[in-house]
Write a protein that binds this ligand. Structure first.
Ligand code: NAD
Length: 478
């Protein structure tokens, strides 16, 4: 059994009140260890350490700050195997996914923002008789709260720019997947990160997470997670005038036109539907297909889906592992029951998969494809965040756009077409923060990342993140 601890002021420490939560391995459904159930006293200790570390960290020469963040990046890669295994054991994702996506991207986040801090610059405005320039100063102590689906990947996506901009951080990974954030502490120490610059506190959202949001010395909160929790955080933080970046839920449309590059579309659509068990905020869960190719697509897609292998996340032959928790397993199965009650026909999957021992108590769900539902039903309006997609046919561009924009969410959208005019028109008119044309999940870390409508406010990535984690101060000389 592993007992993990908080990482405060460069040391692993037990939670002040001595309370712990149970952690589970989704692949086996078995108890795997204990994690701190931290409260406001632990956050106080973390804020105290971060406040003390801030003057030296924010005034450190840029090259030295760069070197430390680069060393963290390299430390992550040196521990690739151990981190990938930990990520898989904690989340149920395949080791292959953790090894090829999660952990390399976590290292890249630190590398990318280490470089960004060397190039980050601010504006100056000249006029006859005046010179104004903008200072971009770090905020002080900031809070970073992340979800379970891409644990170290999304945790580092926040922490790296926050540190690069000269802030000190109190971070909280998801209580469902704490392990890689716990291991990050040692890597930061080995990289020479001064004590207190990064503090990692474990625990539940409404207690540990809220204590971060409520703390008066935490100047900004960068949050990725559900729309429900994002609304709660905004409610608490707004009257305190904190800067907020909220990356929330999605219900992303995948629009497939008859003129697309069919094989590329088919391969990618299988991935965009079921990668990481459909637990990526960018997965396309509503698949809209032009009527003329609907029968062909349905046949080919189902054939591919039925060939996907689900099981032991350590087996490189498996495409899908387990979903992240018992609670999420039950939620996703509940959504499938709802779809049936709304008149949906299950074309593939639709049920849990019983695995042989030692995986017989794990949380496995067959990749599920549903047809016959309207755009307005709850199944097509609410986020499921599991291996479940719906298929619908459309007749015209207008109908496709209306269906795509019909939910309260607006994170990402994918369009498959070789018609340039149509691609540009959809890119302009889709209500989404990110539009992919003839691809999916192709990420350039310099681009703005975020959603519209109930998918959040603010943008991450590149200069957007560096701007979020700094305050602009105008200085004018006469
Ligand atoms: P969640 O909202 O339950 O939890 C996310 C994090 O917030 C966790 O660390 C949790 O402990 C904490 N938290 C929960 N309630 C809180 C509160 N009241 N105050 C402070 N912190 C709180 O989300 P989850 O189930 O971990 O993750 C799945 C959700 O995340 C999905 O909705 C998914 O779409 C979303 N997501 C969005 C993006 C994006 O970039 N937009 C990326 C990944 C996941």
């Amino acid at each position: 059994m592993q007992i993990i601890q908080n990482f405060i002021n460069g040391e692993y420490v037990a939670p002040v009140a001595g309370n712990y939560l149970d952690n589970y391995n989704p692949a086996t459904g078995s108890f795997s260890g204990k994690i701190p159930d931290s409260d406001a006293d632990d956050i106080e200790a973390a804020v105290h350490a971060a406040t003390a570390a801030f003057p030296a960290w924010s005034s450190m020469p840029l090259e030295q700050r760069h070197d430390i963040l680069r060393a963290i990046s390299e430390g992550i890669l040196q521990n690739l195997d151990a981190l990938a295994l930990a990520e898989s054991e904690d989340s149920g994702k395949t080791v292959t996914t953790a090894r090829t996506v999660d952990i390399p991207r976590s290292a890249l986040n630190f590398k990318f923002f280490a470089t960004a801090l060397l190039h980050f610059a601010s504006e100056s405005h000249q006029a006859p008789g005046s010179l104004s320039y903008t200072l971009r100063q770090p905020l002080g102590v900031v809070g970073c709260i992340s979800p379970w689906n891409l644990p170290l990947y999304l945790f580092s996506w926040k922490i790296a720019p926050a540190l690069a901009a000269g802030n000190c951080v109190v971070g909280k990974p998801s209580e469902v997947t704490p392990l890689t954030a716990y291991l990050l502490g040692e890597i930061c120490n080995a990289a020479g990160l001064p004590p207190g610059v990064l503090n990692i506190v474990h625990g539940l959202g409404p207690s540990t997470g809220e204590a971060i949001v409520r703390h008066p010395k935490i100047k900004a909160v960068s949050f990725t997670g559900s729309t429900r929790a994002g609304a709660e955080i905004a409610r608490i933080a707004a009257p305190m005038f904190k800067k907020l970046s909220l990356e929330l839920g999605g219900k992303n449309p995948n629009l497939i036109f008859a003129d697309c590059d069919y094989e590329k579309m088919l391969d990618t659509t299988v991935r965009s539907s079921f990668n990481n068990q459909g637990q990526i905020c960018l997965c396309g869960s509503r698949i809209y297909v032009e009527k003329s190719i609907y029968p062909r697509f349905k046949k080919d897609f189902l054939e591919r889906v039925q060939n996907l292998k689900v099981g032991n996340p350590s087996d490189p032959n498996n495409n899908l592992g387990a979903v992240v928790s018992k609670m999420h397993f039950e939620k996703v199965l509940g959504c499938i029951e709802l779809a049936k009650s709304e008149g949906g026909q299950i074309l593939a999957g639709g049920s849990p998969i019983q695995m042989p021992a030692p995986f017989d108590n794990g949380w496995y769900i067959a990749p599920t494809v549903i047809e016959g539902l309207s755009s307005e039903c709850r199944t097509n309006q609410e986020e499921i965040f599991g291996p479940v997609v719906t298929l619908q046919a459309f007749d015209s561009d207008e109908e496709a756009l209306e269906m795509a924009n019909s939910t309260p969410y607006g994170l990402s959208a994918t369009v498959w077409t070789n018609n340039l005019q149509r691609a540009h028109s959809f890119a302009t008119n889709l209500q989404a923060g990110i539009v992919w044309v003839n691809t999916w999940m192709l990420r350039d870390l310099r681009t703005p990342f975020g959603g519209v409508k109930n998918s959040g406010v603010g943008r991450e990535g590149g200069w957007e993140a560096m701007r979020f984690f700094t305050e602009a101060k105008n200085v004018t000389f006469g």
